[in-house]
Design a protein around this ligand. Structure first.
Ligand code: G3I
Length: 381
């Protein structure tokens, strides 16, 4: 082929492929604009702080927060003060933070959060007195009754007169993940944990400070599951033992996907059972992961996360839940992006997918996401 023809043919291909690419890009752009418009229509920007929208309905919105970031990131501290009426310390009240050596208590970082709360008129939810994780090396699980007594007296005693700390997760995650890991088939407690020990823990707590609200907190109970069944049985047992227990913390680390949905019927029955038992359900650690198949853009992912927040909260509010705490407020600090906690299979071995871990209402730059507007809409409706 003469050079000139070769050149023209090549030029023709180049033009054709450029036109095709432009066509595809235009289509992509149209799709993206459509997603943006849908998001804007479904979740319009509501500028009022979430705490204000929640308060208008007699509800509370809050987040798990870290004393370290309160001190080092002013934009983060300002956002918490603006949006939250309740906060949970991310780790500052765990056993390894408050009693790092047997009988030696430290409250510096937890007090920093309490002081911040006082200054900004925020309530503090105490998390937690008893957990199989967040333990100093010297502490066995379960701890002995003597250790429990010293710890509960030390920690609850320190906050007895607090103006902001109004509630405690007395025990966290005591139910095993499945029958094989359980000590007892009926109550499903983790290996070594006897129901009487949990009863005594609640009794000790009540003897130290019964002015606070007492919660049993767990995850994986947002549906009719082996775990929620055991969780409810433990609550019934505690109620029948005349132990002070005011509420159930439903953590709500939720996983959604286009491939699997959410057991609304089962979750409704859990909430109903708790209400029947006069144990108040609150949402203590909400965040939302979308698993494979992943959508083809971040915008769509954000929309799916927002839709999931809205669906979940509508159901909670219909069942009279009045408190929603997200586990963090910004994707900048979500535990889910931490290498130790990164969710299995899909994400751990695929760093290119980490950008799809966007479980919280504000993005890395503390800008509101559709999820934030979905929470606002749920509080307002
Ligand atoms: O603060 C230190 C930092 O100074 C150090 O450089 C760094 C090195 O890894 O560690 C930092 O501490 C980490 C801490 O989180 C603060 O980010 C700890 O290693 C890490 O173990 C700790 O993890 C926390 C975990 O509980 C254990 O306490 C997560 O942030 C926290 O999100 C997670 O929270 C739990 C709830 O309490 C119960 N429900 C599940 C939830 C998520 O796992």
């Amino acid at each position: 082929m003469p050079d000139r023809r070769k050149f023209l043919t090549r030029a023709g291909y180049t033009t054709l492929s450029a036109l095709l690419t432009m066509g595809f890009l235009q289509k992509d752009k149209q799709k993206e604009d459509q997603t943006t418009n849908e998001i804007a229509a479904n979740y319009p920007n509501v500028n009022s702080p979430l705490r204000q929208l929640a308060a208008a309905k007699g509800k509370r919105y809050g987040a798990a927060i870290s004393s370290e970031f309160l001190q080092t990131e002013k934009d983060y501290a300002d956002l918490i003060a603006r949006e939250c009426s309740i906060v949970t310390p991310n780790g500052e009240l765990k056993w390894n933070a408050t009693e790092p050596q047997p009988g030696k208590f430290t409250f510096e970082s937890a007090d920093a959060i309490a002081n911040f709360c006082e200054k900004h008129n925020i309530e503090m939810h105490g998390h937690t007195l008893f957990w199989h994780m967040g333990r100093p090396d010297w502490l066995p699980y379960p701890p002995t009754l003597k250790m429990i007594e010293r710890h509960v007296k030390g920690v609850m005693g320190h906050y007895r007169k607090s103006k902001v700390l109004k509630s405690w997760d007395i025990a966290n995650e005591i139910i095993a993940d499945n029958e094989n890991e359980a000590d007892n088939a009926t109550y499903g407690l983790r290996k070594g944990v006897k129901r009487e020990l949990i009863r005594d823990l609640f009794l000790i707590a009540a003897s130290v400070d019964s002015s606070k609200k007492f919660y049993l907190n767990d995850f994986g109970i947002e549906g009719a599951t082996w775990k929620s069944d055991r969780f409810l049985k433990m609550i019934e047992y505690l109620k029948n033992s005349d132990v002070k227990i005011d509420g159930a913390g439903i953590q709500s680390h939720l996983w959604f996907s286009t491939a699997y949905g959410f057991d609304e019927k089962g979750f409704n029955s859990v909430l109903k059972r708790l209400n029947d038992l006069e144990v108040k359900p609150i949402i203590t650690e909400l965040d939302i992961i979308i698993d494979t198949p992943l959508p083809d853009s971040i915008k769509k992912l954000d929309q799916m996360v927002a839709d999931s927040y809205k669906r979940y909260l509508d159901l909670c509010f219909a069942a009279k839940v009045d408190t929603v705490i997200t586990w963090g407020i910004t994707d900048r600090h979500t535990w889910i992006r931490h290498p130790d906690w990164m969710p299995g299979k899909t994400f751990r071995d695929n760093p290119s997918l980490w950008k799809f871990l966007r479980p919280l209402p504000f993005d890395e730059n503390l800008q509101p996401k559709p999820a934030r507007n979905a929470i606002a809409k749920a509080f307002s409706s």
